[in-house]
Unconditional design. Structure first.
Length: 459
């Protein structure tokens, strides 16, 4: 494959940065990844990938999809293969290991692909070998970017905290929720947009050996994905590690502020007893699982960009991708999935560009095609938690089921091929016009979305 006549810097080597690197490599775009840590690494346990995320991986790179499939775990029972979550009453005192006594309130059918989840670290281990040798620099914490304010096509300069610098024709900020790239782009004019806000929810996360989980919940509820609803709290359980481990994510709503205001510290130490106290009022199923977790745990704050959505994901030759652009709470199980969708769009757009002066137009087409969907997810995710925790519609389970289904359908069933083809057409139009000419930004977050996304015919 011919290599494009430009070189880009990818700031951040999380799921977004690595997927983008792999996808750009396949399209002949040369890059260097700058990661602040000493090595690639993922914190946290399981991550679920929705059906469109899996389709997006295929567009990015067959190897990426194959790597995910090697580590992905789906519902164990064939009868549950299309199920995203069975939704149960977490406060019920009926035993989950006698399924007929505790029937689901409703079931969320996740298209034909159901629920695919993996351990984050295992997915990362699959991605790293797909990168070309020597394409990453570690211990490089971005401080600022110079040269993006003039119209010249001189290389941009990345300045790192260790005093070193690097040059690139464009910078792709994949540096996550606390993105420094975002702060560099919007910080001076709109400092409030640079910082994520606390959603007044935090989570306890635990991994439970499957045998212990089966002892607590019985086989059906352990081998398949469950969502346990309740007032002001809810919990998710789903198998990872090819069914050897149950991933537990237990969400708590609180009026208290998070002790670390600016999201610099997203995790704080906690104990299993804290979790048990926070879930008082829940039934023996969820409490039984919490008792199986390690005595020392962590609380993870859920911050997002819902309160100050960015008016644009790019400026000049710097573009934000993934959580850096649209960090979301995880209530749709789709934050990372949207990052992979971003990567599919952006790499397809950049792969059609043959001159570095055309990169801003590619970023403009990316922004126009992705921002509405990405920011809708951020807002809708907050709403989803209110539904699960009986704040938005009380215990109207039929209404909750209808609304969650409508929202999930929009997440799962978009036709990515149609969306990418439209984005490429938009890019050609912009290039024919002579430049990005970004429309006046609109930060509103519509639902139902008013963007011309096409639902798949079989949705
Ligand atoms: C509790 C929880 C559960 C979730 N569950 C799901 C789920 O089931 N499904 C789903 O789709 N999504 C889920 N998400 C969302 C998902 O985790 C994120 O959307 C995704 O991990 C974001 O990836 P990223 O690569 O954009 O950012 P990150 O993973 O944050 O990666 C950013 C990288 O950039 C590096 N970096 C940061 N700053 C700098 C700097 N200045 N210079 C250089 N490098 C830097 C970091 O070290 C890191 O490696 C969940 C999120 C949470 C909090």
């Amino acid at each position: 494959m011919t290599t494009k006549p430009f070189h880009v810097a990818i700031v951040g080597g999380g799921i977004t940065g690595l997927a983008l690197a792999i996808s750009l490599h396949r399209r002949g775009v040369s890059f260097t990844i700058y990661e602040q840590a000493a090595a690639f690494g993922e914190i946290g346990a399981g991550v679920g990938m929705h059906a469109n995320a899996v389709r997006a991986m295929k567009i990015c790179d067959e190897g990426l999809l194959a790597g995910f499939e090697r580590v992905a775990t789906r519902n164990a029972w064939p009868s549950k293969s299309a199920v995203w979550f069975d939704v149960l009453d977490g406060t019920s005192t009926e035993p989950a290991n006698v399924p007929e006594k505790l029937a689901p309130l409703f079931t969320l059918i996740g298209h034909t692909d159901g629920h695919a989840a993996c351990h984050r670290a295992r997915f990362l281990e699959e991605m790293v070998p797909l990168l070309p040798e020597g394409s990453a620099r570690f211990g490089k914490r971005l401080k600022t970017i110079e040269g993006n304010n003039d119209d010249s096509d001189r290389a941009l300069t990345l300045v790192f905290e260790d005093g070193t610098t690097a040059q690139a024709d464009a910078v792709l900020g994949c540096d996550g929720i606390k993105s420094r790239t975002r702060a560099v782009l919007v910080g001076d004019d709109h400092p409030e947009r640079a910082k994520p806000a606390y959603s007044h929810k935090f989570v306890y996360r635990g991994l439970i050996p499957m045998a212990d989980a089966v002892a607590a919940l019985g086989e059906e509820r352990s081998a398949n994905a469950m969502l346990w609803m309740g007032p002001e709290r809810h919990a998710l359980t789903f198998p990872v590690n090819h069914g050897q481990t149950l991933n537990l994510v237990a969400f708590v709503t609180t009026p208290e502020p998070w002790p670390s205001k600016d999201a610099q510290q997203l995790t704080l130490p906690a104990t299993r007893n804290d979790a048990l106290r926070d879930f008082e009022g829940f039934g023996p199923n969820v409490l039984g699982l919490l008792r199986q977790t390690a005595p020392q745990m962590e609380r993870w704050a859920l911050f997002d960009l819902a309160e100050h959505p960015l008016p644009q994901f790019y400026k000049g030759r710097v573009c934000l991708v993934g959580d850096a652009a649209h960090a979301s709470t995880p209530h749709h199980g789709a934050g990372a999935g949207m990052c992979i969708e971003d990567v599919a769009y952006l790499s397809e757009l950049m792969g059609t560009v043959n001159d570095k002066r055309e990169l801003p137009a590619a970023f403009a087409a990316f922004d126009a095609s992705r921002r509405g969907r990405d920011q809708w997810l951020v807002a809708s995710s907050r709403r989803a938690a209110e539904l699960y925790e009986w704040q938005a519609r009380g215990r109207d389970f039929e209404g909750i089921a209808d609304e969650v289904r409508a929202r999930q359908a929009y997440i799962w069933n978009i036709d990515l091929d149609v969306g990418i083809a439209a984005a490429k057409k938009d890019l050609r139009r912009r290039l024919a016009l002579g430049m990005p000419a970004a429309a006046e930004p609109d930060a509103s977050v519509p639902f139902p979305p008013d963007i011309d996304y096409h639902l798949r015919e079989n949705s």
